[in-house]
Design a binder for this molecule. Sequence first.
Ligand code: ADP
Length: 328
Amino acid sequence: MTRIFSGVKPTGHLTLGNYLGAVRQWAEVDQHRADALFSVVDLHALTVDHDPGRVRRLSKQAATLLLASGLDPEACTVFVQSHVDEHARLSYLLECVATDGEMRRMIQYKEKSARERERGGSVRLSLLTYPVLMAADILAYGADEVPVGDDQTQHVELSRDLAVRFNQRYGHTFVVPRATPPAVAARVMDLQDPASKMGKSHDSGAGIVYLLDEPDVVRKKILRAVTDSGTEVEYDREAKPGVSNLLEILAACEGGNPEGLSGVYESYGALKRATAEAVVELLAPLQKRHKELVADPAYVEEVLRRGAERAREMAKPTVDAAYRAIGL
Ligand code: ADP
């Protein structure tokens, strides 16, 4: 059976980008067709300045939102990364296979380290090595597929390279994984800045729809989205990035494709109103279920405890094999 691994970082509140680019596909498709593991990857949240209490709260919230989004603990494994030691154990071995040059070429590292330096902060070594830990997350489970948004495909490529290199040097140990981004909304952009992706750890919340935003907040954010010059509602990511982003979001909500929506709306205003209502409708069941789950924290704890147990059982044999193969 196909094995799938993917995760979310608890560095902020989950966004519409996380949902459309990743989580929805996990819930609607992946968990039903494969042996799937989904993790709140909290170790990755430590690569930038963080507040310990906040990371813990956000991890719990992210796990609750994954369940609210429809991940079914009977159908897949949901767990918190730091509850399973195998990730860190394997990460070190992979650091001995990766090179500093390939780490420094990672686009996210370049962008995030530049931002950190601009702020006058120092760059943590873990920000550089984070893609290796991500490779460990994936390779420990022998995942064949990694459903992620476009922003993560370069990191999955690195995981492939490290798996192949390790196997060549030390004997076949790892399955070589591949990224499987969604067909639509693989890159949802910030509503106020369509040149950058809608990211949960970005500073401004005005262009970001969070999964727990109230309907009126969602409407306000989408109605105030930046659009482009001209008046025609056409899908053209180069010439009309703002409008195309809205079309992409709307198409993803409705299960269609954005090209098919070109020319359907007579004005930017009409497109925004339709998109706002589609997003409100999309989020309503998820928010309702989230409320129910928040009222039952013991249930969420138990899901995560069982999830970690199952994940550990799956990862340990592969990580032990890697230790033996490398000569330890
Ligand atoms: P973030 O950038 O919000 O911190 P994570 O690293 O936690 O995101 O990613 C969780 C999943 O959500 C990944 O599969 C990632 O590719 C996807 N994702 C994140 N932001 C977006 C976006 N704006 N559009 C589409 N997918 C996204």
